[in-house]
Design a protein around this ligand. Structure first.
Ligand code: S3P
Length: 403
């Protein structure tokens, strides 16, 4: 999913705030966040400023945020009555979202969400950690808490201390979305190290990415124009054609035919990984085990984001991870090729480079594995194409006709 880009409005006085909103209305972004804690004028004017910002922003959505110092906000914000302001804005119903900190007073937040369930303004339940990245479990639990409180979306921002922390945040995001496809989450790893999460977060399920115009409101924000350029490359829809299916269903052969017919280059995920690693898949399985190879598959899908529109022939097990399916969906259309176990056996019986069939090259084993995997293939596929007893050119034509 291509995340919406949101930029902050951080001026301190009314005129400048409205001027910043007018500037945002001309930018290639979908949302603005007014950070009320940067505002230095009369607190009683807040709601009328929200109205003016909305008018100036046109069709862009508005999040209004009073960030407390504890969650990285400006000292200025402490003069507001926190829940009083949220209530006023939810009553007013003109902002699209208000941000409410989950850890401040969860009981009161739950009550607020319940009371204002019908307000056109929705609550985003947020949590920030500027010191470190908590565990994957803790991130998932916090997002669950936002939902339990009745917030319309959950937001989690934390600071990486080493590069693995960025992966922890992204993996936690994907783990949450695996269990709960529908609930919107916004996650980010802050600082320079976390930039990857602002660009690739959409592949993991984050629905908004915060950038900046010239002044940042949180560490690690990158200019929204650069974000748009990268997003255009990553999330062009439908960008790649992914061919999935069991071993021997003809993915590589059909990919070559599609390359010939569509002019899109062909990428074979197995060959890509073998080249990167400088060794065969069989050697990888033998030396490091299957999980290691699966990790390489998951990692290469991020790199595919920056490749030009291609036909991607995937290893037969690519769909076994829900995260891979999510990434492929964000990057293009997924075509499932099928064949009967007997057909597959005929096609692969002479091959020695498929470690999962190596010791059991027979129709029964192929059938058993195929049945086990079929739910994964079917869940991932946008379209399904049968390949038994068909000419390659017919299969390719059908795919191009249907996508
Ligand atoms: C695998 C299929 C292979 C290769 C690896 C694992 C699988 O790709 O990725 O041996 O788990 O089905 P092909 O489907 O191209 O043979």
């Amino acid at each position: 999913m291509r995340p919406k880009i949101c930029v902050p409005i951080v001026a301190s006085l009314r005129d400048r705030i409205v001027k910043e909103a007018a500037d945002v209305s001309r930018l290639p972004v979908q949302m603005a966040e007014w950070r009320v804690d940067f505002y230095a004028g009369y607190a009683r004017e807040t709601a009328s400023i929200v109205r003016e910002i909305k008018e100036v922003l046109g069709d862009k959505e508005l999040i209004v945020t009073l960030r407390t110092e504890y969650e990285g906000g400006e000292p200025n914000g402490s003069r507001f009555d926190y829940f009083g302001l949220l209530e006023e804005l939810l009553d007013q119903g003109e902002a699209d979202y208000v941000d409410a900190e989950i850890s401040r007073d969860p009981v009161r937040l739950k009550e607020l969400c319940r009371r204002y369930a019908d307000s056109p303004t929705k609550v985003i339940g947020s949590y920030h950690d500027f010191q470190q990245t908590p565990s994957e479990d803790c991130i998932v639990r916090t997002l669950e808490k936002a939902k339990e409180c009745g917030c319309a979306a959950g937001k989690f921002a934390c600071m990486p201390v080493d590069p693995e922390d960025v992966d922890t945040l992204l993996t936690a995001t994907a783990r949450f979305k695996e269990k709960d496809h529908e609930y919107p989450v916004i996650t980010m790893s802050m600082g320079e190290m976390g930039v990857k999460s602002r660009l690739y977060g959409g592949l993991y399920g984050s629905c908004i990415s915060f950038g900046c115009v010239d002044r940042t409101s949180a560490p690690g924000q990158i200019p929204c124009t650069q974000m748009t350029e990268v997003f255009d490359k990553i999330y062009r829809d439908p960008k790649h054609i992914f061919l999935i299916g069991f071993m021997g269903t003809g993915k590589s052969t059909v990919a070559k035919e599609l390359q010939y017919r569509s002019g899109k280059p062909e990428i074979d995920t197995d060959a890509w990984i073998e080249e990167r690693e400088g060794r065969s898949i069989r050697d990888m399985f033998e030396a490091e085990g299957e999980e290691y190879f699966r990790d390489q598959e998951t990692a290469m899908l991020d790199e595919l984001g920056l490749q030009k529109s291609s036909v991607v022939s995937c290893g037969g097990g690519m769909v076994l991870r829900e995260l891979n399916i999510r990434k492929m969906r964000a990057l293009g259309r997924i075509v499932l090729l099928t064949a009967a176990p007997e057909t597959v056996y005929d096609r692969v019986k002479a091959s020695t480079d498929r470690p999962l069939l190596q010791d059991q090259m027979n129709v029964d084993h192929i059938r058993e594995m195929m049945e086990m995997r079929m739910p994964f293939y079917e869940r991932a596929a946008d379209i399904c194409v049968v390949t038994d007893n068909r000419m390659i050119c017919d299969i390719a034509r059908e795919i191009l006709d249907r996508i």
